[in-house]
Each structure stands twice: as structure tokens, then as C-alpha cells.
Design a protein around this ligand. Structure first.
Ligand code: NI
Length: 265
């Protein structure tokens, strides 16, 4: 039987293959006596055919997730939604899609061709996002996508895998402040994404976030290998809203900068 908890476990196993630093960070914090709770995962896709946000969300909806916030990223040509489960032990799921019609015809055709090359029932598999890239991709195709969108090239190269998991700082005992956690990570040799400042957001928007820079891994393309950015680890601290409840949504201005964690260095 398909269980959403199993999917999250598989997603984590796959994720740490792309970003070994995530397991190292978890181990380090556990040595400090912390228990790690995942605030959210983030998935990426394109706004067409069988792989729109609502398609990617299906296994989560089936497991009881509900759609909550919507977010627009004009400059990056992205749209996103987030989903929550009434079981607060399950992470939120943030899914964004690239708005293809805002790119060149060549870019659009290449993505449509990739999607068309995959048997459509593969996209309906609830385990799509642990199966890596479902299409063939050459180095030249990757580079051509990259010249228009870091995000588009990332999805073309890695498929629908989560681009980050997120440590929920509120549940940490020792590292209560995001700056203390950042300091600890840097002391231990991890590099943070500094685009838009190390800490994005703040108490005034009820959400503070930081993230590592993405790890790099060697990816097999159809005609060779290349080392490219993979995934990053995020850290989030949530603050109560005026009704006293912790804010559960996202902040577009902060997420906009966090997307850049997977940019080429
Ligand atoms: Ni995030």
C-alpha cells in the first residue's frame, strides 16, 4: 500500500544522494542533542501537460493534504502553491512551476519534446519524484536551457526530486535563533546562500529562512558527464501571527532569493 510517510522517507534517501551535506548537518545537530523536524520540502516543475503543480500534488492530496497559499515570482517567471496536512507531523509541501510561455520558442519546444518523450503513465506514478530524470538530456540541451533559466535547466537535469528539505528551527533546543544556527554551520565548514543576505525575512513577516549553497554532483547526460548544482538544505523559523498561531505559509520575497541557492557558482 502507498503510504505518504514512506514516500517522504524515500524522498530523503534520494535527496541525500544529491546532497551528502544534508546528512552531515543532521548528524552534527543530533550530536548536539537536537531532534530534527522537517518543516517543508520543495518540488519544481513546468506549467504544462501532465506535470502542472496540481498533477505533482496528486499523491499528497490523496494522502489528505490541502492546498493553502499561492505565490507569484514575476522576475523568475514562476508560480507556486503550498500544501498542508492536518497531521502537523507531516511536512508542508511547496510546489513551484516555471511559466513556459514566457520563454523563447526554442526553450518551450525543448521542454515539450522532453515531456513528450516520456510514457504518460510514468507521470501519474506517485513515486515519480524519487525516480530521477525521466527523459534523455544532452549537455548542449542542458546548456541551452541554462542560458534562459537556472530553474528550467535544474528540472531538466534532475527531474522532479525535491530541491530542498528544511530544518524547523522552532523545534531545536539549543539553536533557538537562526543566526546561532547559521554561525554553527559556518564554523563547521558549510557555505550559506548569501543572495539577499544570509537571513531572508524576519519576525515582521512571521518567517525567517536561510539555506546552504547547493552541493554539486556529477550528472550523467546522454553524451557525457558534467558537475552541476544539485540540492540545498534550508532552515526556517516561524513566528506567531496576530491570532497567536504560528504562521504556516511562505514569503514570496524570501523564497525568490532562496531559489538562487541552486544557481551556478
Ligand atoms: Ni523552502
Amino acid at each position: 500500500m502507498f503510504k505518504i510517510e514512506h514516500l517522504f522517507k524515500e524522498l530523503w534517501e534520494d535527496y541525500i544522494k544529491l546532497i551528502p551535506q544534508a546528512q552531515k548537518i543532521v548528524n552534527l545537530l543530533e550530536q548536539e542533542g537536537e531532534e530534527i523536524i522537517n518543516d517543508h520540502i520543495a518540488l519544481r516543475t513546468f506549467n504544462i501537460g501532465p506535470i502542472r503543480i496540481d498533477d505533482i500534488a496528486k499523491p499528497f492530496i490523496k494522502a489528505g493534504y490541502e492546498q493553502k497559499g499561492e505565490y507569484h515570482f514575476e522576475e523568475k517567471k514562476l508560480f507556486a502553491k503550498h500544501f498542508e496536512h492536518h497531521n502537523k507531523n507531516l511536512p508542508k509541501v511547496f510546489i513551484s512551476e516555471l511559466i513556459l510561455e514566457e520563454f523563447s520558442m526554442g526553450f518551450q519546444d525543448l521542454i515539450k519534446q522532453k515531456i513528450g518523450s516520456v510514457e504518460s503513465n510514468r507521470f501519474a506514478d506517485p513515486r515519480l519524484m524519487v525516480q530521477g530524470r525521466p527523459w534523455e538530456l544532452s549537455l548542449a540541451e542542458y546548456k541551452s536551457l541554462l542560458s534562459e533559466s537556472e530553474y528550467g535547466a535544474w528540472v531538466a537535469a534532475h527531474g522532479f526530486r525535491p530541491n530542498h528539505f528544511t530544518i524547523f528551527i522552532n523545534k531545536l533546543k539549543k539553536f533557538k535563533e537562526i543566526k546561532d544556527l547559521n554561525h554553527f554551520l559556518k564554523e563547521n565548514g558549510f557555505e550559506l546562500n548569501t543572495s539577499g543576505g544570509e537571513i531572508k525575512g524576519g519576525k515582521e513577516v512571521c518567517l525567517e529562512q536561510s539555506s546552504t549553497k547547493a552541493d554539486s554532483i556529477e550528472v550523467d547526460f546522454s553524451d557525457g558527464k558534467m558537475i552541476i548544482p544539485s540540492c540545498y538544505f534550508e532552515f526556517a523559523k516561524r513566528y506567531p501571527q496576530s491570532n497567536g498561531e504560528l504562521y504556516q505559509g511562505f514569503v514570496a520575497k524570501s523564497a525568490d532569493k532562496i531559489f538562487e541557492s541552486t544557481n551556478q557558482q
